[in-house]
Design a protein around this ligand. Structure first.
Ligand code: GLN
Ligand code: ZN
Length: 743
């Protein structure tokens, strides 16, 4: 029985990938060093695959992004990059001054480069894939097959002039793409490649143009193609299995639809079923006994079954081996990318009657029996006892806003910021030294207090209306809370690529989540003690904490979201007791947890909205703010409104026009809103005039009494030299507009 795996993290055990790229970009190493380094890393990756599975990819070790690799390999290179050649051209497209747009890859936290259609001639330029294949061959990996993003996914995720392609354009550009794409595969075939792994995750999205998909694959007919679909089930199963390919992978983990389709329609004799049975998206060991039963039942339907992960392993940490700080019972149950490979090997061996593998499978089943990890009876009871009024503030918004204004006495168009202020080198060094035990807690606290005092003074000087404490004690808005809540484990080496060479570590939720003690009160209380102006309490919302963590095994996301929400609610109430009148609960990841298929959205937003409402069920006089960014919010405005906050700030610099339009189409909107008046992602300092224009535009659509003035996101990535003049201009523009409102 074959096993096939894909997506082994590029990063490497010592994060070599990051080092190699960054040193090259900083011109500390030569191109030759970069290439040799990457070869060494690839050799290591191929060996890891080989010791565990029988078939695996070549050409996976992208130098930045696999979508970009295909764009370059068919020479879809926008004309502005024509002056460049070779790797310089590649990295200009990836990260130059006019780089390609970057956006989220399906429902992962990875960001890909968006291919940009322009009327340039396409031709096959297979160098990268050929070299990767030659290396695999040289090293004796006869079962390493070239792996590429498939043509449909490539088209479906690309853009023209900043918009996704229309169905007509997809068709038109498919015509252009296919000869070059076919040329690419043929060049690889000529070099000896026995088969191809083509990734088509876009097959799982809504409304796939099935005739076009048929057209594309008929154009590639005759080539030995194995299609990989993942992240979800495929809606056009009967047509999918008719495509002229040798094998198809299906995700049997995310939901049961693929399994049902298989039972209903069967599986063609002439194809291999690549069964995605090992969960490629979470960090937990499988119950292999259950998997054995599943594969046995699949084998009754399909003639030939290979075992595979349900999704690429790319967005898991590489291995749990170096983790020494995770509780033993949790560690034992973890399975990162390498451990997933081992699970595939064990599963195959067990299915073939290997006694030791069967014993391991039985042990893995035993692992999940008995008391769940991190079980906390009081938390379970609290969630079970939730009533409708726990999700509803006691006083409706219209009345609340009056009560709040009575207390707060804010001017029209109040000014504020989103929470964080610059995280300078010395601040990072301080936090690091503290974590390593080189700075004693008392001194660390004193230093943080000093920075809080400075930022309060700074904001008072600037005459901002609602102040923040600056978030100097936080490195990451989710990790900070994960470290303080029960039920979370934090890895030391669990880095995952977010884009390019950028990495992040997601916390792991393993048990019931609850709050043993206050998490933010000390700093906020101190900040408030320094000023007569209101200081916003600053929390991360339950949906974002959940979406940016690995979810626990065997528990619904809804239940976890409510547990986190209750912990945040405890914090809200402690902040209220400390005299804090405004509390912001950030939900930047609210939108991105939404399922891939739109028909599943109502169910997701039902509980996501409720989780936020539970966490923010404060006194009527407490003004609840939320903040959202990184996504397109247009289509979800009604859900956002149901969150029932008092004020929201939305990052909209990239889609301001359409967002404003959307408000026109949603006349029920009655909440206060801060439309980001400048883009904090750019180092450019906005002028007073440009900010005034944004305020003007907003005033045309929304009543003055609803508008706030703020930057579009936190300021932590900016420098003080940029923040000071930008905020001065912002306050001046707001004050000027205010006189018009008042007159
Ligand atoms: N309060 C957070 C900050 O200002 C919000 C961050 C975010 O939106 N991602 O940094
Ligand atoms: Zn933001």
């Amino acid at each position: 029985m074959h096993t096939l795996a894909f997506g082994l993290p590029r990063l490497g055990e010592k994060r070599q990938y990051k080092t190699l790229l960054e040193r090259f970009w900083q011109k500390k190493t030569s191109e030759a060093d970069l290439l040799t380094g990457m070869e060494t890393l690839e050799a290591e990756r191929l060996n890891t695959y080989k010791t565990h599975v029988s078939i695996y990819p070549s050409g996976e070790l992208s130098f930045y992004d696999p979508m970009l690799d295909v764009a370059v390999a068919v020479r879809l290179i926008p004309s502005r990059f024509q002056p460049y050649t070779g790797w310089e051209s590649y990295f200009q497209m990836a990260r130059g001054a006019s780089a390609l747009e970057m956006t989220k890859w399906f429902n992962t936290n990875y960001h890909y480069l968006v291919p940009e259609w322009e009327e340039v001639p396409l031709t096959a330029q297979p160098d990268f894939f050929l070299q990767a294949y030659a290396l695999a061959q040289k090293l004796g990996h006869t079962s390493a097959w070239p792996s590429l993003i498939g043509p449909y996914t490539f088209l479906a995720l690309s853009k023209k002039e900043g918009r996704p392609l229309s169905p007509d354009e997809i068709e038109k550009y498919a015509e252009k793409l296919l000869p070059a794409y076919r040329g690419l595969l043929e060049a690889l075939q000529k070099a000896g490649a026995p088969a191809f792994l083509l990734h088509e995750p876009a097959f799982v999205l809504d409304e796939v143009p099935v005739p076009l998909v048929g057209y594309i694959y008929h154009h590639l007919a005759g080539l030995p193609i194995y299609l990989l679909t993942y992240y979800e089930s495929v809606d056009f199963y009967p047509r999918l299995v008719e495509l002229p390919v040798k094998g198809i992978s299906l995700d049997f983990v995310s939901n049961t639809a693929n399994r049902q389709a298989l039972s209903q329609y069967g599986f063609p004799e002439d194809k291999v079923l690549i069964a995605g049975v090992i969960d490629g998206r979470n960090v937990w060991r499988a119950n292999l006994k259950e998997k054995i039963r599943e594969v046995e039942s699949l084998s009754k339907i399909a003639r030939e079954v290979w075992l595979a992960p349900s999704a690429p392993l790319s967005f898991l940490p590489l291995t749990k081996a170096p983790e020494t700080h995770i509780p033993a019972a949790v560690w034992e149950r973890l399975s990162f990318a390498k451990e997933k490979l081992a699970e595939l090997r064990t599963l195959a061996a067990a299915l073939q009657g290997d006694a030791q593998a069967q014993a391991e499978a039985a042990a893995s089943e035993a692992l999940w029996q008995g008391q769940p990890l991190g079980f906390h009876e009081p938390t379970r009871a609290r969630v079970a006892a939730l009533k409708e009024n726990d999700f509803t503030r006691s006083v409706p918004y219209a009345e609340r806003s009056r009560l709040q204004q009575e207390k707060l006495q804010l001017p029209p168009l109040p000014t504020t910021t989103i929470g964080s202020f610059p995280q300078t080198e010395d601040l990072r060094a301080l936090r690091k030294a503290y974590r390593e035990g080189k700075v004693p807690p008392e001194e660390y606290k004193a230093q943080i207090r000093q920075r809080i005092a400075e930022v309060i003074r700074f904001q008072e000087e600037l005459a901002l209306d609602v102040l923040v404490h600056g978030e100097f004690e936080r490195s990451d808005m989710v990790e900070f809370f994960a470290e303080r809540l029960e039920g979370f484990a934090i890895t030391q080496q669990g880095w995952v690529l977010s884009y390019g060479s950028r990495v992040y570590r997601a916390p792991i939720i393993y048990g019931d989540v609850w709050r043993p003690q206050p998490m933010t009160v000390e700093e906020i209380r101190y900040a408030q003690s320094l000023t007569a102006k209101p200081v916003k309490g600053m929390l991360t919302g339950p949906v974002t904490i959940l979406n940016w963590s690995y979810a626990p095994p065997n528990k619904s996301r809804e239940e976890v979201a409510y547990q986190i929400a209750l912990a945040i609610l405890d914090e809200v109430q402690d902040l209220e007791r400390a005299g804090i009148q405004i509390i912001q609960i950030d939900e930047p990841a609210f939108r991105e947890g939404a399922p891939l298929k739109k028909r599943d959205w109502p169910e997701y937003f039902r509980w996501a909205v409720r989780a936020f409402r539970l966490a923010s069920n404060a006194q009527p006089t407490t003004q609840i703010h939320s903040h959202m960014c990184y996504s397109e919010f247009e289509s979800i405005l009604p859900y956002i409104w149901e969150m029932d906050f008092d004020v929201v700030s939305i990052e909209a610099s990239r889609s301001k026009g359409t967002l404003v339009e959307e408000f026109r189409r949603f006349p029920q909107w009655d909440r206060q809103i801060g439309l980001g008046v400048y883009d904090i992602h750019s180092p450019a300092i906005p002028t007073r005039e440009t900010i005034a224009q944004v305020i003007e535009a907003a005033r045309k659509v929304l009543p003055d009494k609803l508008l706030w003035v703020n930057p579009d996101c936190g300021l932590k990535t900016r420098r003080w030299e940029e923040v000071r003049p930008a905020l001065i201009h912002m306050v001046e523009a707001a004050q000027a507009a205010r006189t018009q409102v008042l007159s």
